[in-house]
Design a protein around this ligand. Sequence first.
Ligand code: DX5
Ligand code: ZN
Length: 239
Amino acid sequence: MEREPRYRLAPSILSADFARLGEEVERVVAAGCDLIHFDVMDNHYVPNLTIGPMVCEAIRPRTTAPIDVHLMVKPVDALVPLFAKAGADLISFHPEASEHVDRTLSLIREHGCRAGLALNPATPLHHLDHVMDPLDLILVMSVNPGFGGQSFIPAALDKIAAIRRRIDRHAAETGRTIWLEVDGGIKPANIRAVADAGADTFVAGSAIFGAADADGGYRGVVGRMRAALADAGIEGRAA
Ligand code: DX5
Ligand code: ZN
């Protein structure tokens, strides 16, 4: 059986050059990234407006990397089938944005995608209490959602550690792994601390797309992130 990578890098295309989005996707994957993080904002749940299923469908043929859709929208359910059809592999949403969180998680899985819950900096962990079974991914926001380029909120580290304990307990009981993804303000200088707290999947927008190499590639910054992760010694992570 193929072993999953220990850590995953998920560049957020929110900070990419939208005038050449297909090439940007190809470049971050060529630089060694694992997922394409796709931020969907609706000017209602968050104060910004971005991209929808048509753009997801347009980039789908440009890579085989999984597309990790982060819905910052309210309501959620109507968009799930549209993103599944557009080629999404993972779909996360915020519990405050759905009237029936368990139903929305099931809906995502029924459409063949992996299901995630995204927790804002002030969202309490009790939202996870009764939904560990239908969850494939927990997305911890380390900034308030709505914009790229914000600073990492240090209080996220304790929250990540608490969720890591829940995930490990759940894995011991069920044998099932839930990904722990962190989103917002991640850079080569702090990615190691986020890994040490227990994350296995790292979103980075401005840090990656703001740092093109002379040839327009992103290998330099991705290499620095991988190097910072290389000696983060946590046994059994993301196995
Ligand atoms: C914020 C988005 C993030 C953001 C990350 O609402 O969900 O994915 O684009 O960007 P950086 O890495 O620049 O904080
Ligand atoms: Zn995001």
